[in-house]
Design a protein around this ligand. Structure first.
Ligand SMILES: [Zn+2]
Length: 119
């Protein structure tokens, strides 16, 4: 089990396993957030947070909600707006103890233009 925790500890996310790879995306939102994403079926992930501890952001076609901690501001995860538990979700691995992520490959996604991996 891998755990992601925001800086203040209000939000804890449990993932079933270490990811094979994480994604560094250069799209307009990810490059600003500085996130590294691990993807999981949403049904396999547990989120421990008071609902009022989270705030969300979405834009454009509003298919995804990006969640952050209202207290410390850390970006924690994204989920689909519609049927969020049915599809996949992204967890920001920046909130995981780096020791636990040692050796995990970082892939570079050109989310800004081609939507292809650059490596
Ligand atoms: Zn926090």
């Amino acid at each position: 089990m891998i755990e992601a925790v925001c800086h203040c500890g209000s939000i804890k996310i449990e993932m079933p396993a270490k990811p094979d790879a994480v994604t560094d995306c250069n799209c307009s939102i990810c490059r600003r957030y500085g996130t590294l994403w691990a993807y999981y079926p949403a049904a396999d992930v547990r989120i421990h947070a008071r609902p009022e501890a989270l705030s969300t952001y979405s834009w454009g076609d509003r298919r995804l909600n990006f969640f952050r901690c209202k207290d410390c501001g850390c970006i924690t995860h994204w989920m689909a707006v519609e049927n969020p538990l049915a599809g996949k979700m992204g967890v920001n691995i920046r909130n995981v103890d780096p020791e636990q992520m040692k050796g995990v490959r970082i892939r570079h996604l050109d989310g800004a233009l081609s939507w292809k991996f650059l490596d």
